[in-house]
Design a protein around this ligand. Structure first.
Ligand SMILES: C[S@@+](CC[C@H](N)C(=O)[O-])C[C@H]1O[C@@H](n2cnc3c(N)ncnc32)[C@H](O)[C@@H]1O
Ligand SMILES: [Zn+2]
Length: 490
């Protein structure tokens, strides 16, 4: 498979764009600037095109993803072997079963949450009786919302191992009972999903089942994930490059360890939900397998990538407040900075293309997964690369909770375009990628830009339909098309 497609399999990223789109936009550019670099897709395109780029993102996790994908380190066979062994041991401990005297390894268990009828106390299974979010009591017929139930309980309803469904009630009960004994003694992050310093939660939690980070996992999976991460961190203290790649594979697999994997008969598991919402019927996956699968994907991707990036210099700086003067040489370079887009565009440089893919201008709650990732990455050693949580102040988006409106968003975009105009060389261009969520907002953005741009620029608008499968586009895979706005300097 081509490197450009492999990258989508390695790790999902919110609103990631296809590498092909960037390849087309940066054609012939010597220096590309991307102030909203996300997972580094434009950096990949730059390398493939033999050009140089400066990438910035305010989010340390985005910087980490770009860096570990784009740099020259690869996984060593020895590292892989060691983690294969560890996963085998953990698998034996957490997911091995005896079925009719034969050892089987679990792929996943299906859990269901039942709700107690507030009127008669009967337990209601949500599988058969859902009416517009209300449940119907099979005993007294009352209709009620799950959050008004007098109590709830979780139970395992089936096990799935080696392509076979296990319905043996005795085994299922044992599996559920055994699950209670998993108490994780290794470090793992805890607490609410909060804007630190603001003292507010990201928003009302839509699922009633996960107010805290640790509530996202079953005891069994939290045990396995934290044990595995402990080993990864230990490894990392000895070999930071290998350690970072292991961490990349770990965070990429982490969604699979959560209770957020819906179970349906028709489709396999995937991170389909754009928020931390726990479905009533869900899968508890064998996390050892999810992790190893990612590890091999990272390995394959990097093995290919190393050939493409051979002649480039890739560097990173995680320090938001670094004032050092970056000296950009004449070689092929990719520089990844944890920077505010507005600061990046104050640099004294001339670029051929500035590509901008700012956050969506409707409220997209991607925070939860990035926050969860950041908490794990900060880890038990308090890795300083990830210790800052206050950057939400400088994010450019529309966010009611922190009080950022659409008009703030528009002013930021206009400011960025004004700054970019000064940095673009003649015949160069500013490329802005916007989503089609609301034509009203899109038209406002366009009108505003038309009024503000300098007479030396010509505007082009294109509707672009990514050819990537929607599931590969990121956590929010619903985009139908993108608007590409090109401002071309005469
Ligand atoms: C739509 S994503 C970019 C996705 C990217 N094009 C890719 O393919 O992976 C937008 C990014 O903008 C970043 N961002 C938001 N506010 C920012 C700011 N003020 N400065 C720099 N980056 C910012 C977010 O952290 C997020 O990673
Ligand atoms: Zn009832």
């Amino acid at each position: 498979m081509k490197t450009t497609r492999l990258v989508h399999k390695v790790i999902k990223f919110w609103a990631r764009k296809p590498v092909e789109l960037y390849l087309r936009e940066i054609k012939d550019a010597k220096l590309v600037l991307d102030p909203f670099a996300g997972s580094g897709t434009s950096g990949m395109a730059t390398v493939l095109a033999g050009s140089s780029a400066i990438l910035a993102d305010i989010n340390p996790v985005a910087v980490f993803i770009s860096w570990s994908l784009l740099n020259k380190s690869t996984l060593e066979e020895e590292t892989i072997r060691r983690f294969q062994e560890l996963c085998n041991e953990l698998e034996e401990e957490a997911y091995a079963l005896l079925v009719n005297g034969q050892r089987r390894v679990l792929n996943y268990a299906v859990w269901v949450t039942e709700f107690q009828c507030p009127k008669c106390g009967n337990w209601v299974d949500p599988r058969r009786t859902r009416y517009n979010g209300k449940l119907k009591c099979t005993h007294c017929g009352a209709l009620f919302y799950p959050f008004t139930s007098s109590d709830r309980r979780d139970k395992v309803i089936l096990l799935f191992s080696e392509k076979k469904v296990i319905r043996n009630q005795q085994l299922i009960r044992e599996y559920q009972e055994d699950g209670k004994a998993f108490v994780s003694t290794s470090w793992h992050p805890k607490g609410e999903f909060r804007y630190e310093e603001l003292g507010k939660n990201f928003r009302e939690c839509p699922g009633i089942l996960a107010p805290k980070l640790e509530d996202l996992f079953t005891k069994r999976n939290l045990y396995v994930a934290s044990k595995l991460y402990e080993e990864i961190e230990d490894f990392w203290t000895e070999d930071a490059d290998q350690g970072d790649l292991l961490k990349l594979a770990f965070i990429a697999a982490l969604p699979q360890a959560t209770k957020m994997i819906p179970h349906t008969d028709s489709s396999g598991p995937s991170w389909k939900l754009p928020r931390y919402w726990i479905p009533y019927i869900r899968e508890e996956r064998n996390f050892c397998r999810s992790f190893l699968r990612r590890l091999f994907l990272v390995h394959n991707f990097k093995k290919n990538w190393i050939k493409a990036v051979e002649n480039h210099e890739v560097t990173v700086c995680f320090d938001l407040n670094s004032n050092s003067k970056y000296i950009f040489g004449t070689g092929r370079e990719v520089t990844i900075l944890r920077y505010d887009a507005r600061i990046l565009l104050d640099l004294d440089i001339k670029a051929d293309v500035i590509v901008m893919d700012p956050p969506h201008y409707d409220e997209v709650h991607y925070f939860e997964l990035l926050y969860l990732w950041q908490k794990w990455l900060e880890g038990r050693y308090g890795d300083p690369r990830f210790s800052d949580y206050s950057f939400w102040r400088y994010e450019i988006d529309v966010n009611e909770v922190v009080g950022r409106t659409f008009s703030d968003y528009l002013s930021s975009i206009v400011l960025l375009v004004n700054k970019s105009e000064k940095l673009v060389r003649r015949r160069g261009r500013i490329v802005i990628i916007l989503h089609n969520r609301s034509s009203m907002m899109f038209n406002k953005t366009i009108n505003m830009l038309r009024r503000k741009i300098d007479g030396h620029f010509k505007m082009e608008i294109e509707r672009y339909r990514p050819r990537v499968r929607s599931s590969a586009q990121g956590i929010h895979g619903k985009e139908k098309f993108l608007y590409i706005i090109r401002l071309i300097k005469n």
